[in-house]
Design a protein around this ligand. Structure first.
Ligand code: F6R
Length: 615
């Protein structure tokens, strides 16, 4: 996820900016850059790779061309690529007006194509951000010289998408303009100096006094103070608060560790995954990454999803949606198995390689195998520019942002989201009617609020986790689309708490696993109200008859569920195909709280690596 730093004051800006970028390194990035205003000119420098390399480049340049990079006003950025590959020319800051204006930006400009057409200018990069810089500069010329703030405000009136942005202009040595829509920005208040950043980490070494920008606000910051307006140009009175976090806590957004932060990130990053990717009018998904014409899509006769671990569970959830909506045969294959079989694929087979890191060697090799055998291959990946993203040639980013805890959480929900949109796209081609398509999309839009409702129960789930933490075995059961949810809940528990756990399709339990059950073998049942509700209820009865303790995930309002179990966790009702987006969250929280109660290193569980690059 990109990071922003800005400074205006009386000391040299460059060291503040570089230190700030280092404080933001934890967010993950692929390139970095700074722009400092000095002597009426903006000096900009960018580099692919670490902030360290940028600092080295600045040092060399200072000697070579005697650019001092001095100045008391500047902006800086770490980029996590979204539009356009990882390269120096795509790194921020971007400039406009022959270097007069410089801008850093986090987020995605949805209508960048529309703005590009209006601009009709040649561009240096492949980014939506450069278009935004040029668009603001055009507005600067139109609203009249001398008002940078009004130029930014008026430009943003015709921008759709998300942004946290900061702008400087060579003719405005005493001014920073910042704006926020969906991407955080915070102002740090010093003594005749102001800091700006995408989170408070870079600000904390200098001041504890901060003011958070809200969506739709534009700030005008000088050494004398700052003023904030909405897009209608009405002044907003802002409060200043005192933060007493240390840097580590700030990086974790105030949470105890990255895993909990990432679980709580889910409503926000889910919105990032679906934004601009739904055609509500047409009742379908709108994922450019498939890069296929409708005719080519019709030629697809079979779909295979290849992935490992949590990613493979996301694929299993999607299989139900693809089958139900598209009627196409669909297989989910664990990558390490796919690559060593003789998989039957041809040019009518579409293979999606699904991976958070984009570097998992088994999935990389399986993707190569699929391509070698003539399949049409696409990637569904989180890390931009990763091996799978590059080798697949085309595909879709899940936009979960950096996932730093080893155990995958938010990547799972975003993989499910993207795969469901693909399932809907194929579904609409194969007979799903407009009304059904629209209903699914309308329900999609309600998911973030419903996720938030579940997250509010984190403390109740903690109480349940503490009650069961000393059990040495667990069984997770689910049916239909909730079977992969059970698999995911079981994987989360075993990998971070080290408690042995298994997951079974509930109907399969009586064919063997039921022999394990006893009063010290608790069972987690995912029993939400869907077509298979009565069936799984019978399975829960079978469990109770063996004296196992039962924890149930049930739909809000289901009083019967409470009668059937020892502990119940309620989740909001949603459409069956979307249930994994909600039902997985309590299981993530259960695993998390159990691991914490047992004193485990939640973010770095033993024997595991975030990116598995060995076979
Ligand atoms: C589980 C987990 C792993 C990964 C698996 C695939 O919490 O993180 O099971 O899901 O190693 O990783 P990616 O998605 O990076 O290919």
């Amino acid at each position: 996820m990109c990071g922003i730093v800005g400074y205006i004051g009386n000391k040299e800006a460059l060291p503040v900016l570089l230190e700030g970028l280092k404080d933001l390194e934890y967010r993950g990035y692929d390139s970095a850059g700074v722009a400092v205003l000095h002597d009426g000119k903006i000096e900009r420098i960018r580099e692919v790779g670490k902030v360290e390399m940028l600092a080295k480049k600045i040092k060399n340049k200072t000697k070579e061309v005697r650019l001092p990079y001095k100045g008391v006003l500047g902006i800086a950025h770490t980029r996590w690529a979204t539009h356009g590959g990882v390269s120096e020319k795509n790194a921020h800051p971007h400039t406009a007006g022959a270097g007069k204006l410089a801008l850093v930006h986090n987020g995605i400009i949805e209508n960048y194509r529309e703005l590009k057409e209006k601009l009709n200018e040649s561009l240096e990069s492949e980014t939506d951000t450069e278009i935004l810089a040029k668009w603001i500069f055009k507005n600067y010329q139109n609203v009249g010289r001398g008002d940078l703030f009004q130029a930014v405000r008026s430009a943003l009136l015709s921008v759709r998408g998300t942004y946290g942005l900061v702008v400087i202009h060579a003719d405005h040595p005493g001014e920073l303009v910042a704006a926020r829509m969906g991407s955080p920005l915070v102002i740090g208040l010093g003594d005749s100096e102001y800091y700006l950043a995408s989170d408070i980490t870079p600000i904390l070494p200098y001041t504890k006094k901060v003011s958070f920008l809200e969506d739709g606000e534009v700030a005008k910051i000088s050494r004398e103070g700052f003023e904030v307006f909405n897009l209608k140009d009405e002044e907003i009175s802002k409060s200043v608060i005192k933060i007493d976090w240390d840097v580590e806590k700030a990086q974790k957004g105030g949470f105890e560790n990255f895993m909990l932060k990432e679980i709580f990130d889910q409503p926000t990053v889910f919105e990032d995954a679906i934004r601009g990717r739904m055609d509500i009018g047409g009742g379908t998904g709108k994922l450019g990454g498939l890069n296929m014409s409708l005719e080519e899509m019709r030629q697809v006769k079979r779909i295979i999803l290849i992935a490992c671990g949590t990613a493979s569970h996301a694929c299993m959830c999607a299989k139900y949606a693809f089958e139900k909506l598209s009627g196409l045969p669909i297989d989910v294959d664990v990558s390490s198995e796919f690559r060593y079989r003789e998989p039957i694929v041809d040019r009518h087979t579409l293979v999606f390689a699904v991976s958070q890191s984009g570097e998992t060697i088994d999935t990389v090799m399986a993707l190569r195998e699929a391509k070698k055998r003539g399949a049409v291959a696409r990637g569904i990946v989180n890390v931009v520019g990763s091996t799978i993203a590059r080798e697949a040639g085309a595909g879709t980013y899940i936009h979960a942002g950096p996932e730093l805890a080893v155990a995958s959480t938010k990547a799972f929900t975003n993989m499910v989201a993207v795969l469901l949109l693909y399932a809907l796209e194929f579904g609409r081609l194969h007979g799903v009617d407009l009304e059904t398509g629209q209903k699914i999309l309308e329900e999609f839009l309600k998911i973030p609020a419903k996720m938030n409702r579940i997250l509010k129960n984190s403390n109740d789930i903690k109480t349940i986790a503490e009650k069961y933490k000393n059990n040495s075995d667990f069984l997770f059961i689910g049916r239909g689309i909730n079977y992969p949810v059970a698999l995911e809940g079981s994987l989360k528990l075993k990998e971070i708490s080290y408690i042995h756990s298994e997951a079974y399709p509930a109907g399969e339990m009586k064919h063997g696993a039921i022999a394990l059950l006893s009063s010290d073998f608790p069972v987690f049942a995912i029993m939400t109200k869907n077509e298979l509700y009565e069936k799984i209820k019978s399975n829960v009865e079978e469990v109770r008859a063996r004296k196992s303790k039962v924890i149930i995930i049930a739909t809000e309002g289901d009083a019967e569920a409470k009668e059937l179990c020892d502990d119940v966790i309620y989740v909001p009702k949603t459409m069956e195909l979307l249930e994994p987006l909600l039902n997985t969250i309590p299981l993530q929280l259960f695993a998390y709280h159990t691991a914490v109660a047992l004193g485990r290193d939640v973010d770095r569980p033993r024997n595991l690596a975030k990116s598995v690059t060995v076979e």
